[in-house]
Design a protein. Structure first.
Ligand SMILES: O=c1[nH]c(=O)c2nc[nH]c2[nH]1
Ligand SMILES: [Zn+2]
Length: 450
């Protein structure tokens, strides 16, 4: 057993069952364990089958401070939403009757144009941060809008409520359908620089900027180049969309005739790095996936959105075969649910649909999808050295799950072990079962005001 030779004090101790993923094992169940978190929010120790009194003496905490998990409870890593439009949350659950390009022009751009109004932004952004945290999203990779001040407000709210977040001020200098919702190229550069500088100046420990060209059809080639340069000079994350629908892929061919593929558009403008996450990718070719692998860029799989606006079905198995990093995203509001549990279920549904179409297709298992929602998301955002599973030294981002809350959605039966309990939670559970949420050791749910 390691000695407590550091000066850090133990802030939380949990005892019971922990469920997480490692690169080698999709679901590892650690029963009869005790896990300590230090006052810097890092996992200080994990001990199995140890006497609690001796562990408490070594680490210097009172046994009365231990949070004992019950029979129907477990701790799991927080879920990572690798692609969510905070600005579209106001109309989530509606407006799902048009394909992507018409959907953007009809519903999305007119709503996003309203974020000049900071009161409106404050209302929606407060609600989306709280809703996602309550549903177990400990890390979110957000698109905001083109408005710098509202995007900074989103960062402030994520920090206030304690969510780990990447926040992107959207960049777009082309929009013929809704011309009032775009910037000039020079405005876009000046405002992106201001957004990055001001957000970094806040020194929020867990909220960082992400360079966000909306997608190739909304950006001139020179804007894409400028954004590639900004991201690379400042070693920042990059997010965008790629190959979501066939109509979009055809449009990109006409807009960028000198590029070999949609992927080549981003590659040529230095936007594919090991800190890049591209949403969707439903129609990427194997050749394009190889470029993702070589550059270390990741894909955010957004199955609810892909189905809701009839964009396509990503073959996750094929992406994984190409050793491309992949996480899950809700893609609110093309996706109608802000819950990562929904993203897990839709990922399984899509994989099963592909198997119905082709029985040779190797269906994803719920264990694999659990990993994609947690550690996989952290890998996709290049945060897996910091968090994503229960490893000593990593930040403690975790959910306390109770599958038997009063009036909850799950019934258990005799003899059901932790693996079945996990599967039931993933398929049947909801926010009522997520009784506590921790980000970097700070308990953020229940909210302090409730
Ligand atoms: O699902 C999507 N949502 C968006 O807001 C968007 N913008 C470009 N491409 C997009 N796809
Ligand atoms: Zn999106």
């Amino acid at each position: 057993m390691r000695q407590n030779d550091s000066t850090a004090r133990i802030a939380h101790v949990f005892s019971g069952t922990f469920v997480h993923s490692t690169p080698q094992t999709a679901v590892e169940i650690l029963e009869n364990c005790v896990l300590g978190v230090d006052d810097e929010g890092k996992i200080a120790f994990i001990e199995k089958d140890k006497d609690l009194v001796s562990v408490s003496k070594i680490w210097g905490f009172e046994t009365s401070d231990i949070k004992q998990l019950g029979q129907n409870e477990f701790l799991m890593p927080g879920m990572v939403d690798t692609h969510i439009h905070a600005s579209q949350y106001s109309y989530s659950g509606t407006a799902l009757d048009l394909p992507l390009l018409e959907w953007l022009n009809t519903y999305t751009f007119p709503v996003e144009a309203k974020y000049k109004d900071l009161d409106f932004a404050n209302d929606v952004y407060t609600k989306v941060v709280r809703r996602t945290l309550k549903n177990g999203t400990t890390t979110a990779c957000y698109f905001a809008t083109i408005h710098t001040d509202a995007s900074l407000l989103l960062g402030e709210l994520a920090d206030k409520f304690g969510q780990r977040a990447l926040v992107g001020k959207v960049c777009m200098d082309c929009n013929s359908a809704v011309p009032q919702y775009k910037e000039s190229q020079s405005e876009c550069k000046v405002e992106t620089d201001r957004f990055i500088k001001e957000l970094l100046k806040k020194k929020y420990p867990n909220v960082k900027p992400v360079v966000t060209p909306r997608f190739a059809p909304s950006c001139s080639a020179s804007l894409l180049s400028e954004l590639g340069e900004i991201a690379n000079n400042n070693k920042l994350h990059i997010q965008s969309h790629i190959s979501e629908s066939k109509g979009e892929v055809e449009l990109v061919k006409t807009l960028f005739p000198g590029c070999k593929s949609y992927t080549d558009v981003y590659l040529k403008h230095n936007l594919l790095t090991d800190r890049t996450v591209m949403a969707h990718g439903c129609h990427l070719t194997d050749e394009e996936l190889e470029i993702f692998h070589e550059t270390g860029s990741a894909i955010s799989h957004c199955p609810n959105s892909n189905i809701s606006i009839c964009s396509g079905m990503l073959d996750v198995r094929n992406v994984l075969k190409h050793k491309v990093k992949l996480g899950l995203g809700t893609d609110v509001a093309g996706g109608y649910s802000p819950s990562m549990l929904d993203a897990i279920r839709r990922t399984l549904d899509t994989s099963k649909t592909l198997t119905i179409q082709d029985p040779q297709h190797q269906t994803l298992t719920f264990e694999e999808v659990f990993r994609l929602a947690t550690l996989g998301g952290c890998e996709a955002l290049s945060m897996d050295e910091q968090t994503g599973n229960f490893v000593v030294g990593k930040d403690f981002d975790a959910l306390r799950v109770n599958v038997c809350v009063p009036d909850g959605p799950i019934d258990l039966f005799p003899g059901e072990g932790p693996k079945v309990i996990l599967e039931k939670f993933l398929n049947l559970g909801d926010d009522r079962n997520i009784t506590e949420v921790y980000v970097a050791g700070r308990q953020v749910v229940p909210f302090p005001d409730t």
